[in-house]
Design a protein around this ligand. Structure first.
Ligand code: FMN
Length: 337
């Protein structure tokens, strides 16, 4: 199965998404509910474009040899510095709630390819227990990403995973202001450094904060003891007219590199984008929307097909910029507009 075939298959069943040849936020635009961006609907595209505005310096001069794309994150070894992104509720893509099945397929695919799955907690009661079962069954390296409810509620959800083999625990902070929480009867709340410190202290697992877009936010997450941050604007779904993540990544790297693990998402689609993110200083990337297409188009096989394509693209792009291992990647390999 090629990724093109996966996309074609996905088109038959996926709702609100056109499974475009290039997932650049233009096809879904202002479709919420749906996988698009907050009105006026350009956020996902701004993310995508920001990576395209960075060029690769095409210079193959280096000792010949194999390219090693492996990495270590939170004490475990992986085949590629890649995480699949959390989708709390697949009702954005389907009339039936297929979230549990989606998480299961993505975990099977990421486990089989030596990569990491991040899963969301959504609003349905079955999502987290279902994800835990899948994680155990597939021996997946997975990270639950908890919604920004009040700390007591988050801590109860953390407890479900504390004795499991989760790679880390993560709380997403950027969606706290969304009105759908109130409509659904949930109390979402913005976080202070003290709140994050309390969550960090509640678990022995590495603790991550998702939704960092400023140097101040990154420093505060570090101050709270975060073992990792995910530079993310929620794919343009939470607030319009914010910068692309590629625009803010360099200053965040400059501020906190070495003090916490830096992961970035938003419009990353290809191996070349991964090279750019890691050359700037990210330790890993997270990709979300294409995994929905991959799963609708081929289940766990579709997920594996997409990841194998990324591995090939990433390895080739590394070779073309003269890198033979991930630590060779550096900003001199890039050209900024
Ligand atoms: C339909 C949909 C649902 C999402 N649900 C969540 C969620 O529950 N929790 C979360 O942290 N991020 C959620 N996100 C944001 C993604 O995890 C990711 O941060 C964002 O889409 C950017 O990555 P991308 O451009 O590769 O899609 C969701 C995104 C989409 C498209």
């Amino acid at each position: 199965m090629t990724y093109g075939e996966v996309r074609e298959n996905a088109r038959k069943t996926i709702l609100n998404c056109r499974a475009c040849p290039e997932c650049n936020g233009l096809g879904c635009g202002n479709t919420l509910p749906g996988p698009g961006s907050k009105a006026p609907g350009n956020g996902a595209h701004v993310n995508w474009q920001a990576w395209k505005d960075i060029r690769l310096n095409f210079d193959t001069f280096a000792e010949d040899g194999p390219v090693d794309i492996g990495c270590t994150l939170f004490g475990r070894s992986f085949a590629l510095p890649l995480m699949s992104g959390p989708i709390g509720s697949m009702t954005q893509y389907s009339k039936e709630d297929v979230t549990v099945a989606f998480n299961d397929g993505v975990m099977e695919g990421t486990a089989a390819t030596g990569t990491i799955d991040c899963f969301g907690d959504g609003l349905a009661q079955v999502t987290l227990p279902g994800a835990l079962e899948s994680m155990v069954r597939h021996h997946a390296d997975a990270i639950p990403v908890f919604n920004p409810l009040q700390n007591d509620a988050i801590m109860k959800k953390m407890d479900i995973f504390e004795e499991s083999n989760v790679l880390a625990m993560c709380v997403v902070v950027d969606s706290a202001g969304l009105s759908h929480w109130k409509h659904a009867g949930f109390h979402a709340s913005s976080k202070t450094v003290e709140d994050l410190r309390e969550l960090k202290a509640h678990t022995k697992k590495p603790f991550l904060v998702k939704g960092i877009m400023t140097v101040k936010g990154a420093r505060q997450a570090v101050e709270a003891g975060a073992d990792g941050i995910i530079v993310s604007n929620h794919g343009g779904r939470a607030l319009a007219d914010v910068p692309g993540t590629a625009e803010v990544l360099p200053e965040i790297v400059k501020a906190v590199k070495g003090e916490t693990t830096i992961i970035v998402d938003g419009g990353i689609r290809h191996g070349v984008d991964m090279v750019k993110a890691i050359a700037i200083g990210a330790d890993a990337v997270l990709i979300c929307r294409p995994f929905a297409v991959a799963w609708f188009g081929g289940g766990a096989e579709g997920v594996k097909t997409y990841i194998e394509l990324l591995k090939q693209e990433f390895s080739e792009a590394m070779y073309m910029v003269g890198a033979r291992k991930i630590s060779d990647l550096n900003p001199e390999m890039l050209r900024f507009k």
